[in-house]
Design a protein around this ligand. Structure first.
Ligand SMILES: Nc1ccn([C@@H]2O[C@H](COP(=O)(O)OP(=O)(O)OP(=O)(O)O)[C@@H](O)[C@H]2O)c(=O)n1
Ligand SMILES: C[C@](O)(CO)[C@H](O)COP(=O)(O)O
Length: 386
């Protein structure tokens, strides 16, 4: 690729998902806590060769789209047409300055970065490239009675993204007769005389077409996840303060902890553990103590913020383990309510939340009753490409 190469992605998401059924189009269903369309967009946006991701949505889907995409910075979506080809054409018309484009179905949420690598590489030698999988089963014609076997050598299942030189695919789509349907973009490119290379596709990339495909996509997504752990540690000194908050629960005690927020040392350690698992700074970088808006804040908000960042990346929290270190108050009587509160904040069943407590045998600052320390470990599962 030369210095003038500017590769963009176009995600088509204007379909109604009629074969899946239900009121919500399939691209807005959530898998792994994140909308199908957001998985497709994130996989493309995370690839270093892709400069921008454009999206085509259905008329009336604006609210669904903005909810699914959240705070991601993308060009304004374009409204699609009655057929996939219409939607592609409208999306292409809104793109400026691209040398190449990868056109992708929003309904294919599991997009491995390696497939994008292969397509981008193929574009160096060909005007178009698609991911394809050789047909592995015997193919036969038939109704309810088996007919002739169809030779399957040289037959491929064609996937997306489909990659093209930008001007070539735009001209090819404009030249395609309006009264003829095209099920993908590669056949449009070929009809205009362009050679389209086949690179190895991936079984993960399967399209969600029927209802049962959603559960399969979810399982595939889970299988692609890798575990990451994050460690959090925090200390707060006792102060002449009425309220003591630990793990999101108000604990009756003679003193509270000093701090800018509600000083919930346990939730602060937990927030840092969650942020650590995704390598996204620490609680101070997200909620600076110099910012007056966090004065007296409920630390549950910090935990929910960190959880939101994990979900935005397509991740899930597997398990957290929190240890509160102090001589007093005794944590045992409050352990269950802390566990319930932390599980609620993380939207987890309680069995995936562990709350422990210990003393330091009267040694050190916690032993002298000067403050409370807390440490936490969070195990998070994230898509392998992120
Ligand atoms: N008018 C259309 C039709 C389809 N698509 C998109 O093209 C991709 C592949 O199409 P398909 O799986 O057929 O999706 P739907 O048209 O939504 O499904 P159905 O045919 O079951 O209604 C999907 O991401 C879909 O949103 C589109 O942008 N505009
Ligand atoms: C574009 C596509 O996903 C490539 O395999 C496929 O052709 C879409 O077909 P559909 O029948 O519109 O789902």
């Amino acid at each position: 690729m030369t210095r003038s190469t500017h590769i963009v992605a176009l995600v088509v998401a204007a379909g109604k998902g009629e074969r899946v059924g239900g009121d919500l189009p399939k691209q807005y269903w959530k898998i792994g806590g994140k909308a199908v369309i957001a998985h497709a967009v994130d996989a493309l946006a995370a690839h270093p060769a892709i400069a921008a991701v454009h999206v085509v949505i259905g008329a009336g889907q604006e609210e669904l789209y903005s909810k699914a995409i959240g705070t991601r910075l993308l060009p304004a979506p374009v409204i699609g047409g009655a057929s996939r080809r219409d939607s592609v054409l409208r999306g292409l018309a809104a793109i400026e300055g691209a040398s190449h484009v990868l056109i992708h179905d929003a309904a294919r949420p599991n997009l491995p970065g390696a497939v994008i690598d292969r397509l981008v590489e193929a574009l160096e030698h060909h005007p178009g490239a698609i991911p394809g999988l050789p047909v592995a089963d015997t193919l036969a014609r038939g109704t309810d009675i088996l007919g002739d076997v169809v030779p399957r050598d040289q037959l491929y299942r064609v996937q997306t993204p489909q990659a093209f030189q930008f001007d070539a695919i735009v001209a090819a789509h404009r030249a395609w007769p309006d009264d003829r349907e095209a099920t993908d973009d590669a056949q449009v490119a070929r009809a205009a005389g362009h050679r389209v290379a086949i690179v190895p596709g991936d079984a993960l990339l399967a399209k969600i077409t029927f209802g049962e495909d959603i559960a399969v996509a979810e399982q595939r997504m889970a299988a692609r996840m890798i575990a990451r752990t994050g460690l959090g540690f925090d200390v707060h000194a006792f102060a002449d303060k009425a309220e003591l908050w630990l793990g999101g629960v108000r604990i009756p005690h003679s003193r509270g902890l000093a701090g800018h927020s509600d000083a919930d040392v346990a939730l602060h350690a937990l927030t840092d553990a969650l942020l650590g698992a995704i390598g996204d700074g620490d609680i101070g970088s997200h909620f600076p103590p110099s910012d007056p808006q966090w004065k007296g804040a409920d630390s549950g908000r910090f935990v929910e913020h960190a959880l939101g960042l994990i979900v935005e990346r397509g991740g899930i929290v597997d398990h957290v383990d929190l240890t509160i270190i102090c001589e007093a108050p005794k944590i045992g009587p409050h352990r269950d309510s802390i566990r319930t509160r932390v599980a609620a904040l993380l939207r987890l069943p309680e069995r995936r939340v562990s709350i422990k407590a210990t003393t330091t045998e009267r040694l050190g600052f916690t032993g002298r009753g000067e403050g409370i320390a807390a440490q936490a470990i969070a195990t998070v599962r994230l898509p392998e490409d992120l």
